[in-house]
Design a protein around this ligand. Structure first.
Ligand SMILES: [Zn+2]
Length: 158
């Protein structure tokens, strides 16, 4: 075991998901996403705040006792807090690891606020937004071409 690993304050888990490299203070935003997801209701979870990080100075970290995160949740995380690392842990080892980047396209996740947009009148039409900036703060609906701040859009509810 390397020294850096011995130094870690975060106890290792046998099986689960770790959401790492969350900029300090942003962990709560991911908690909000998780708490809204119906299939996450029974998942044991711990939130670590303000750990030391070589990369970020301070970071938050979330551990989930489950085997895999749904693509929908990963997509929501990638929009709200891009750049975090999601690790799947098996037998105390990192089995797979992915750094989630903010998407250029967001399909079927957000509701268009334009009441005249075809995605609102024709419910079978999947919504499709394109990020206008690197960090995804402003997005454009590909159907009605209106531009919105990401903050003002609500997630579609199944
Ligand atoms: Zn629209």
């Amino acid at each position: 075991m390397k020294n850096t690993e011995q130094m870690q304050m975060i106890p290792k888990i046998e099986l689960g998901i770790v959401i790492d490299h969350i900029p300090a203070g942003q962990g709560i935003k991911i908690m909000e996403i998780i708490s809204k997801a119906e299939d996450m209701k029974d998942v044991a979870l711990s939130l670590g705040l303000n750990y030391e990080s070589q990369k970020l100075g301070r970071k938050d970290l979330i551990k989930l006792q489950m085997e895999y995160l749904s693509p929908e949740i990963i997509q929501q995380i990638s929009i709200v807090v891009p750049g975090v690392t999601i690790k799947a842990i098996k037998n105390f080892k990192v089995h797979s690891k992915v750094v989630v980047q903010s998407p250029k396209e967001i399909r079927n996740l957000l509701e268009c606020k334009n009441p005249n947009c075809i995605t609102n009148s024709e419910k079978h039409v999947e919504t499709h937004f394109t990020a206008l900036e690197e960090n995804c703060k402003r997005v454009r609906c590909e159907y009605c071409e209106r531009v919105f701040d990401l903050k003002e859009l609500h997630a579609l509810v199944d």
